[in-house]
Design a protein around this ligand. Sequence first.
Ligand code: DOR
Ligand code: ZN
Ligand code: ZN
Length: 392
Amino acid sequence: MSLSIKNCRIIHNGKLISTNIFIDNGKITKIGGFVDADEILDAHNNIVLPGVIDPHVHFREPGFEYKEDLLSGSRAAAAGGATTFLDMPNTNPTTTTIEALQEKRELARKCVVNYGFHFGSSENNIDEIRKAANTASLKIYMNPTTGNMKLEDEGLLRDLFSSHNTIAVHAEDEMIRKAVDLSNTLKNKLYICHQSTKEGLDYINQNRGNILVETTPHHLFLTEEDQNQFVKMKPPLVTKQDQEALWQGIHEGSINTIGTDHAPHTISEKESGEFFGVPGVETSLPLLFNAVNKNMLSLQQLIELTSHNPARIFGIKNKGFIEQGFDADFVIVDPHLTKKVKNEELFTKCGWSPFNNWELEGWPITTIVNGNVVFEHGEVYDIKAREVVFNG
Ligand code: DOR
Ligand code: ZN
Ligand code: ZN
């Protein structure tokens, strides 16, 4: 089946251009030229971006399906313009064995957007890590958080750092230094999740080897002044000054990706004050696009952070770019559609957002995954996606 998307505005060589995109069998076959295909979709001069790749989500399956599962999480992703997500290993069982990875792969077949997995580390799973094929990274928890996967033995950390091409860390405060130092000594690639403080970012920038840095929408748009039970997360919300350093990092290019750290918990769990994390996969793009409209970042920067860089860093085959030969994963954004985030309209099972009632300008209206429309007119269609392939 072939599809043409006509009247697109895309960023091409740094400039916004008007064009048509041709798709055959789920791949981009041509950009520009006459419109002709089995099906034609009119983008009405809205902005077509590479589908968002969310490198950091917790979709909770298996083990905690009452807060989210791989289908509900993937539907929320589609509504938020994310066409690929990389899921974290703190499920139950944890994704620390080949068997658990295989189970998650099977469970994920129901997803409506593409998926990949971070593998988890434990005290004794180096053999499993080495055998696990096609994983985004080895995730190491260096501080305590949801799932109790924290590891601290120095020798073990060294062995783990050497056991995968890409190490992703949950590291706060002094653990950021430790992770940076270890990666510089061992010369491996380090992906620092949810970087939130000026101090941490300064240390990274002063000691930067092969280090890639993620920040989150909640750290970019909320500060410690917004603190309440619902916005408790790890790492916590930061000061205005820290937040300014994060924005500066975005402008300078020292922050490479936006990962939502989508970490749903139920409303009653959050009310208890004992659960850390906020949902984010369906509000990230509207928050960032609204920020583009306010000149807080450029559209080119948004694309680098949300699609080009996650694809490059994790080596996701054929994704992250609107270019011939790449997979047809797009989000069409109406740049001036203005509406409020509404808890009751969200697709996430947890049913709430820290951004409830925020009025934002620039919303995804259509999401296309592997050449199929999966989200339009506020509805998500049940078309199955697939696991991504990590190069090398
Ligand atoms: O706040 C958090 N929630 N931080 C994490 O590192 C984990 C996450 C979760 O899975 O709930
Ligand atoms: Zn974390
Ligand atoms: Zn996380």
